[in-house]
Ligand binder design. Sequence first.
Ligand code: MOS
Length: 723
Amino acid sequence: MTAARLDAPVKVTGRAKYGADHHFPGMVYGCVVLSTVASAELEAMDVTAAKSAPGVLGVYSPFDPLELRTPVSPLFGETWVPMQTKEVDYYGQAIGFVVAETFEQARDAAMLVEVTYRTRPALTSLEDGLATAEDAPPSRDGTPPTFEILEDGVESFDDAMASSQVVVEATYHTATQNHAAMEPHSAVAVWDDGELTVYSGNQGAHLQAQELASALDLAPEAVHTLNPYVGGAFGGKGRTSAPAFLAAAAARALDRPVKAALTREQVFTATAGRAATVQKMTLGAERDGTLVALRHDSWCSTDVHRAFVEPTSHGTSREWYATRNLHISQKVVPLNIPPTTFMRAPGEAPGSFALESAIDELAVALDMDPIELRQKNNSTAPPGHDLQWSSKHLDECFQIGAQRFGWAHRKPHGHTDGDWQVGLGTATAMFPALRFPATVGITLLDDDTAVVATSGADPGTGLLTVLSLVGGESLDIAPEKIVPRLGDSALPPGGLSGGSTATASVGTAIMIAATKAIDELVALAADPGAPFEGAEVTYADGRVLADGKSMTFGELLRAVGRTSLEVTGSSAPGEELTKHSFSSFGAQFCEVRVHKWTREVRVSRMLGVFDTGRIINARAARSQLIGGMIWGVSAALHEGLEIEANGRLANGDFASYLLPVNADIPEVDVHFVEYPDTLHNAVGAKGLGEIGTVGMAAAIANAVYNATGVRVRHIPIAIEDLL
Ligand code: MOS
């Protein structure tokens, strides 16, 4: 199937109302005040001038806080909320909130707040903090930060490494990245008779409602959140944002609707980003390329509360290759910099830069084709696990990719084209195929349409359209007959857009709900007094049938005097987890051109071939992968926050934070090998939202090496690296 996104027309014509587009009578505006030091105790905040400025209704700070508790989210655990402490842990932390009749008045008054800090030494550099690194906490599934898998008869990992005929050892560095979604974090909060409604871009309406209820000490049913349109999220809107907490609490205190939106620059610090990493790779192999031992030691930055780990070792080397011996370690370095969080392929994105660069270095050391080396060490199951991959067609991805990309023409030292040195690079991509619990409601209506609803969010991923496509298929009616609904916490809980899970999770729940709806319909048709009383009724093509007669479900509902039939269906990961391991796979290819004299790097061709199960909407799927691959270019050649010693971001705005523009991106080719994975879920779809960005940065660095002979072991790669 290939369908245009249902929400595209309202988005591209500006009619879609995002959180901050909502207006209410009497609404007032909040402006967040940020810290200007990296580590301190707040000694005083003089708000006298701010409070008497025109239009000001409230000035809140840790000295005069809004009523908020540390919320506990069932999925994310504790979330930090502003103003509950006088500790300043990073430059750009939210420390105050000024509310006024207009945004301009709030902003002007915010500038009048005088802050006195008792400053302390700050640690702001990952490199400086390596010496005091700590073990990361165990990962979600309980895996300890450090572990080893040794083959029978091998005494120690070092023995395995020592017995390897060829050893490659190298250390890689990846930069801190900012979550820069188009829609800045913002919210409008409205109270009505003790009940709260919040309009705010988020990745799961039901989760946001739970977090807000917890923070405001309310019953869950007293909070209603709406996010039908989300202007990009990528992990940065998984947790509820500071403006949403502040707007909700201030609206309660002032008894007025409150809007709060971070400015573009505030998004750089008052939210959370991707951690910087240092990764040491040690690979031991036999002469024929067989991996004997693989060691991946990682360090990532984290905030002083150690709230998030970028799991590079656990996300990549733990599962990617059939090595006989494995050593994994993950350490964190708490820094006085803005917090880190989920960002598209957390772990895999920077982790694959290190692993897939190191595999390329091993191929060079072995004088072996890098695709051949990868295929030689293809795994049928994650190392140390008995459970085989449910469906893995990575070899085929490489075969098709090599053919499509003209890999056979690749020279060991690239080639030249006029003033350009040209090189080809490749890398593996993997991302776990996951599901989350999801509930979907289906309402069959007497006009022969059906509402398919789940709370969730569509942050540009195409989930709304998936509801129509899978709904139509499951109810055996045209997708145009489906009215999809999401982005509302009042709808059945499900459809979190995170972990590349939404299609598999929601799709399965839709199928279950549709089966129930059809069962109830068939029973209804045969009820006493119904048109098919006592008959053996079947269902197809939106119609109930028996004895050579048929009628649409809408006709049946009308005939029995009903306007609708409503069911819910729920799905959750279960028994399949005891039978197989699950992952999406891909092969990334790119061609780069490095200018002989200026040393600028241009990506001139890109191809990704992906094994992500069944594709529900080819057009949206392709867009997701293209977006991810472009983010890989961005990571490889553009993006990176520069943090000054005092903790201030030197390039914390869109004027100086480099991002690729259209001129940086060539034609992007995406191809799917389509093997529905029904061992994973009934729909057969595996996640594809995140895998597009995995491996691409390594493929680019590997292509740069092929073109120039210069191995750059950090991203972003700059002109200076190639002089
Ligand atoms: Mo994604 S980083 O799970 O939003």
